[in-house]
Design a protein around this ligand. Structure first.
Ligand SMILES: C[S@@+](CC[C@H](N)C(=O)[O-])C[C@H]1O[C@@H](n2cnc3c(N)ncnc32)[C@H](O)[C@@H]1O
Length: 383
């Protein structure tokens, strides 16, 4: 089948290259990393697979038109001229998301309303019946992205709920990291599941869950449903084949995955999360302060990826001293490891007192953070 579908994969700032690599590996073509988005081409099978398997995409948008409008009426006219029937049953439900980063239209809410009106008016005229609006569970989510001076990218949202909703999370700890960001951090750290992985401050276990999904070659979307399953052209047999192929790829994690947290409640939440994700047998959990956690033994150099408290969201007091203790523990107890800390507290990170090998800016929701790498050589150097 030819790659006649044009896809846009929004992601987090800083994860574009990781997602582009994933998209290429999946088999998408014309893959290009943009700002918080990767564009690519594929066929319907790859659209299904992108939703099921990509770890660092926030959603998978199917572009259906691109045009320039001069004002609101011309947007309405243009949208009304599109035949919507192939995308939506006459009495189906829809929801419209508008993204207008440059603020070209004054009121995105109004633009969403206008888009909905253009579609509903077309159905009423043609079929004397109209689709309804449903914010939480529509048959069709439509996405309008406005660029520069009235350029509109019109897409169907094939994901429905954002792809970070893996379906493994019920309860969280105090400051959970987004699932897509956790997968992206593991990607930036070069984790492929072929070495030991430790998160010694695991909170509700997001980094561990994403690492274990990756290490076991488990598709992140196996526990949930997607928007495209409600589309009129949904190919149930093809979807069953895609899911089965993903299930057939699952393997046992070849190297240890270890999680620790000082807080027993966090450990219990992590256990429940990992269990729902289907990866609990691949992960060892310990209720332990980082300073007392023993590195797993392995002949392959290990990776430590963690999101320590940074006081912005967790009040631990003495935060800078705590980071200095993290540095001491890394130096004394984790030689041979590569450690990555994600933190939004740069003053505290300085107190780690080890030479950083890389610093990558990332966004944890609205919070600007740094992802910092330390190579812990045997007999590690200080700054
Ligand atoms: C920001 S949260 C981690 C959130 C996690 N990434 C998630 O997605 O849920 C930091 C965690 O560090 C734990 N913690 C604080 N001090 C610790 C210590 N000395 N040793 C181990 N864990 C610690 C806290 O209990 C908390 O769960």
């Amino acid at each position: 089948m030819s790659h006649d579908l044009s896809l846009a994969l929004p992601t987090f700032a800083g994860l574009e290259e990781v997602l582009a690599a994933e998209a290429t590996e999946l088999g998408l073509t014309s893959v290009e990393a943009g700002r918080r988005v990767v564009t690519a081409r594929g066929d319907r099978t790859l659209l299904y697979r992108a939703n099921l398997e990509l770890r660092t995409a926030v959603r998978v948008l199917l572009s259906i038109d691109r045009f320039t409008v001069t004002h609101e009426q011309s947007l309405y006219d243009r949208l009304r001229a599109i035949n919507w029937r192939p995308y939506l049953p006459v009495e189906g439900s829809l929801f419209v998301d508008v993204v207008d980063p440059g603020g070209w239209f004054r009121n995105t809410h109004f633009i969403a309303q206008l888009t909905k009106d253009a579609i509903v008016d077309q159905f009423r005229d043609k079929y004397q019946a109209r689709p309804s609006v449903d914010k939480s569970n529509p048959d069709l989510r439509i996405n309008l992205r406005i660029h520069g001076r009235g350029e509109v990218d019109l897409s169907l949202d094939s994901s429905g709920d954002g792809l970070h909703r893996r379906g493994y999370r019920r309860r969280t700890g105090e400051a959970p990291i987004n699932e897509v960001l956790a997968a992206g951090l593991l990607g930036l750290a070069g984790y492929r599941g072929e070495q030991p992985l430790v998160d010694p401050m695991c909170g509700s276990g997001t980094i561990l869950a994403e690492a274990a999904l990756l290490a076991t070659h488990r598709a992140p979307g196996l526990l949930r449903s997607f928007g495209f399953e409600r589309w009129p052209d949904f190919d149930r047999a093809e979807w069953a084949t895609v899911r089965q192929a993903a299930l057939n790829r699952i393997r046992t994690a070849p190297y240890p995955i270890l999680g620790g947290d000082i807080d027993g409640v966090a450990v219990a939440i992590s256990r429940a999360t990992l269990d729902r994700a289907g990866v609990l047998p691949s992960v060892r959990l310990e209720e332990s302060p980082f300073a007392a956690l023993d590195p797993p033994t392995s002949d392959v150099p290990g990776l430590l990826v963690t999101n320590p408290p940074y006081e912005l969201r967790l009040q631990t007091g003495r935060i800078e001293e705590f980071y200095a203790e993290i540095g001491d523990t890394l130096k004394q107890r984790w030689p041979g490891y590569t450690a990555w800390l994600v933190s939004a507290n740069p003053a505290a990170v300085k107190r780690v007192g080890l030479r950083s090998a890389r610093k990558i800016p990332v966004m944890n929701g609205p919070v600007e953070a740094r992802f910092v790498r330390y190579d812990l050589y045997r007999g590690s150097a200080e700054d």
